[in-house]
Design a protein around this ligand. Sequence first.
Ligand code: FEO
Length: 397
Amino acid sequence: MSPIKLFDDIYWVGAVDWNVRHFHGFAYSTHNGTTYNAYLIIDDKIALVDSVYGPFKDEMMEKIKKVVEPEKIDYIIANHVETDHSGAIAEVLKHASKAKVVGTARCQKGLFKHYFGDWDFQVVKTGDTINLGKRTLTFLEAPMLHWPDSMFTYIQSDALLLPNDAFGQHLATSKRFDDEVDEKILMKEAAKYYANILWPLSSLVLKKIEQVQSQDIKINMIAPSHGIIWRRNPTKIIESYLHWAKGEAEKRVLVVYDTMWNSTDKMARAIVEGISSMNIEAKIYRIPYSDRSDIIADLLEAKGILIGSSTINNDILPTVAPVLEELKGLKPLGKIAAAFGSYGWGGGAVKTIEETFNKAGMKIALPALTINYVPTEEEIQKCYDFGKEFAKSIIAS
Ligand code: FEO
């Protein structure tokens, strides 16, 4: 793939990772691959904004060479330390030995710890600028969006925002712009990315967008460090971020569970019937058959979640634990929740589930429903009624 022009003298020189299926170790599934976006700005001074994951460094260097001799690069703007964007900086510096690396103070610390480099580094903070000639880069610190070192770069003359991870999506395609791809797939991946990475940082997302909007910063294009560049309608992704950050969701419910000998499965199905009888949409995810990152993505836009587990060793089935751990970390505020499950003696699973809801800041709509061993017809009716009651709390929300 060749460099792609965003504006005269601004090029995408990143890499497409078609085959990656897991991100952040195995924390997050990437069914559609991803891209590592780096941007080259040709002016009196030449700047490279971000780089790519290390294994893709040659791909990036080849693209840079098609535009300019890498030796001529004056600045490497490091908006973020994480290795998927900084992994090729050392390679660029091999060619451009006089180039200065630019980033926040935390970025300097983080990069040096990652690469044990002693690079010529210029620390910048919000409002600092670097004049390249015709264009000027302005920096805006964005701590915890999503690392402490994170920073946005802005080019006022083109109203171009380069926000690194923010507004990204894990989506590999031969196309580079939002008007060239299926919008449904694009927005689905953008939502999954928000849910799995940025959700717990929603209050910071809101503040940062408000800060940008209050300063009347014009944005005609958003070029993130993953996926597609927003040029047709950058407002769409900003508005989507506001919507997600405010916890706005549809009145529908996810029923997420695992079962040992099908009793909890029978409960889940009866609960879904009860929810549906109130004209509230419900969707079942049996955990071992479902992708955890997809469940989290679906929850972003659903108001309610019921989690069920059989009891084993006085606790949840181990298969349920990863979903609960995810909720504890993501803290999906504003969600309405309830627990259910079958037990043989003693019980314990629903207690763990409810503890998680509390730790995650979720609102428990109903006391947990438990059934001993196999549900009778009356108990199935109880599950149905439980679903109906849960649906009422969704309707009332
Ligand atoms: Fe895409 Fe935080 O790295």
